[in-house]
Design a protein around this ligand. Structure first.
Ligand SMILES: Nc1nc2c(ncn2[C@@H]2O[C@H](COP(=O)(O)OP(=O)(O)OP(=O)(O)O)[C@@H](O)[C@H]2O)c(=O)[nH]1
Ligand SMILES: [Mg+2]
Length: 224
């Protein structure tokens, strides 16, 4: 996180992590089209080969919170292919929150587990404690056949210490809920570490209302 108390600016870094082809880039594309123009910058997709991320994607979003506080959120994706591990570690550095995008197809279960373990390893290598990193899990591609059932997702939710969200990112479904949930968690953690309420005079509730009103505008219109 970057804090600029004088200019009343906070920059938060969020990283979309997960196995190859789980839909990380698709989440950013969907967010780009769902968030109002005034709240987002350009979606930058760096170095792709056959639509596979080789380096990272970046989408900056921003909004004004009460008390004239400017919140900038930088959304990054990592490349999911196993071979790009060192890039994943670099992109993960300095993250304030992680959205783990799992592929809900039964055939991808092991890939999800391997990627989750890889995430924990890279968090540790970057000096983070995986337990205290704000994190949400998204089960994506629920439009496909042979994906995890509602009951299976419910079971994961019960067992997981992280909030779990269902999604069909290609249709924009679930992506805003995932992001809003993660921003809320991230704020709580940053508040603990940096006493943001004292510094900027903004309460958690006010912050969340600001985030939701900014993120959900088109989402609600689209009936998602
Ligand atoms: N059916 C379906 N396909 C999806 C969904 N989300 C993404 N896809 C497709 O899955 C493929 C991979 O999506 P990406 O977003 O590029 O995946 P990624 O996680 O960024 O992949 P890497 O960059 O290789 O790590 C693309 O063909 C997407 O259109 C979804 O919800 N349903
Ligand atoms: Mg990608």
């Amino acid at each position: 996180m970057q804090l600029n108390v004088q200019d009343r600016e906070i920059t938060i870094k969020i990283v979309y992590y997960g196995p190859a082809l789980s839909g990380k880039t698709t989440n950013l594309t969907a967010i780009h089209s769902l968030v109002e123009d005034e709240h987002r910058g350009k979606l930058i997709t760096l170095d792709t080969q056959d639509d596979r991320t080789i380096f990272f994607d970046l989408l900056p979003i921003h909004f004004k919170a009460s008390g004239n506080l400017l919140i900038k959120v930088k959304l990054f994706t990592v490349p999911g292919q196993v071979v790009h591990d060192s890039t994943r570690r670099v992109v993960l550095a300095g993250a304030d929150g992680v959205a783990f995008i799992a592929d809900a197809q039964h055939s991808k279960k092991q890939d999800n587990i391997d990627s989750f373990n890889n995430l924990k390893k890279n968090l540790k290598l970057n000096g983070f404690d995986p337990e205290s990193m704000p994190m949400v899990v998204q089960f994506n591609k629920l439009d496909l056949p042979d994906t995890q059932t509602k009951e299976e997702i419910e079971e994961s939710r019960r067992r997981s210490s992280h909030p779990v969200y269902p999604a069909v990112a290609i249709q924009g479904k679930g992506v805003i809920k995932t992001l809003a949930g993660l921003i809320a968690l991230t704020w709580e953690e940053l508040e603990k570490k940096h006493s943001l309420e004292d510094k900027f005079g903004i309460t958690r509730t006010a912050f969340l209302e600001n985030v939701l009103s900014c993120l959900k505008m088109k989402d609600i219109k689209a009936g998602i």
